[in-house]
Design a protein. Structure first.
Length: 267
């Protein structure tokens, strides 16, 4: 389970208790949820339609298709129909789900994080307010056509952490997600899982496409985004991730996302 900032979640009902997306016959439907009312962790499941998970506040972490994605504000994760996935949200999260029929738009065939423009965000929220059916040529039907056209051209963001089912890589992943401040070197991890440093180095690239150093930095970025979105301070996150100074953490964050944590969330 992903590291949290000492917060506990109250048990709530499933977020799909009041809505069954698979029964919709419309090209796209949207749902807005406040997770003070619903469970913060959804076990592995799938939908017939494609799904865009949009974070309005807080953050959601999604595990699917050999990857882990973070969805901070102003981004969304696209999950094609039929893909098994599980979600975990911060206790302060407010999310919007957009469900899209398989043939309604030309959208990615793989899971990915998408930037979401202010206009697209507002159209999704407008659709979430629609409770009745709509026709292709009425006002809402035309809104949906524009919405899906905009969604299809949104750029992808690099907020994925590759994960692997290989036992040795899975062991390291579990240890570092439980204790992301663990600063053991590649050599020390190799000794821990009873393999050579050279073998582990090769295995990490083979299984994730990243060197160990880059993979761990990406893990730190994913966790940092999640914790900052849930309200943790930069100082707290920097310390919990094992950085020697706040400045070192900010440098890592800025190198990855082009701006500081404060400006990233402030924008």
């Amino acid at each position: 389970m992903i590291f949290k900032s000492g917060q506990t979640e109250k048990k709530r009902r499933s977020c799909y208790a009041d809505f069954d997306p698979d029964r919709s016959d419309r090209p796209a439907v949207a749902l807005r949820l406040d997770f003070s009312d619903y469970e913060g962790e959804m076990p592995q499941h799938q939908h017939r339609q494609g799904q865009l998970v949009l974070a309005l506040h807080g953050a959601v972490t999604c595990t699917a298709a050999n990857g882990l994605w973070i969805v901070p504000p102003d981004c969304g994760i696209w999950i094609p129909g039929g893909v098994l996935h599980s979600n975990q949200v911060t206790p302060n999260a407010r999310l919007s789900y957009l469900f899209v029929e398989p043939d309604a738009a030309t959208l990615p065939q793989e899971c990915c994080t998408l930037a979401v423009s202010p206009m697209l965000r507002e159209m999704i929220l407008r659709l979430a307010d629609v409770t009745d059916s709509y026709a292709p040529d009425d006002h809402i039907g035309r809104l949906v056509q524009v919405l899906l056209g905009e969604l299809a051209v949104m750029p992808k963001e690099g907020l994925k952490l590759p994960v692997s089912g290989h036992p040795k890589i899975a062991m390291i992943t579990a240890a570092l997600t439980a204790n992301p401040g663990d600063r053991r070197t590649l050599k020390e991890w190799a000794a821990h899982i009873a393999t050579s440093e050279r073998s582990l180095k090769r295995l990490m690239v083979q299984e994730t496409g990243l060197t160990f150093g880059r993979w761990r930095r990406q893990l730190h970025l994913i966790i940092a985004l999640r914790e900052l979105a849930s309200g943790a301070t930069v100082q707290r996150v920097s310390s919990d991730l094992g950085y020697e100074s706040v400045t070192a953490f900010i440098v890592m964050f800025k190198k990855a996302l082009g701006t500081t944590p404060t400006r990233y969330f402030g924008s």
